[in-house]
Design a protein around this ligand. Structure first.
Ligand code: ZN
Length: 97
């Protein structure tokens, strides 16, 4: 393999988002359209090095500046309280829920 995403500069954030069902998006996929209606607190890994635009991107505030970053959804929380507890236990400060 050689190239690992863990080697890329990244950060963990928590946001309430509508996790996409797949890469097609709500215009091309019925399940994505359904997914877009649901807002879920998620642990998200964002990549800080720009990278390839072929992946889903989201706007994230990093150090006070809004940047468009690639992201992966690492974990979905059932409740906001669960997300807050996770952030506290894991030292994640960039949360907006
Ligand atoms: Zn889909």
């Amino acid at each position: 393999m050689g190239f690992s995403e863990d080697d890329r500069p990244h950060d963990y954030i928590i946001r309430i988002i509508s996790p996409p069902h797949c890469a097609r998006g709500s215009k091309g996929c019925e399940k994505c359209a359904e997914a877009a209606e649901v807002q879920i607190p998620c642990l998200i890994r964002v990549f800080l090095d720009g990278g390839m635009v072929a992946r889903p991107m989201m706007e994230v505030e990093v150090d006070g500046a809004l940047r468009l970053l690639e992201f992966d959804i690492i974990k979905r929380f059932t409740t906001v309280d669960e997300a807050k507890a996770y952030a506290k236990d894991n030292g994640i400060s960039n949360i907006r829920i």
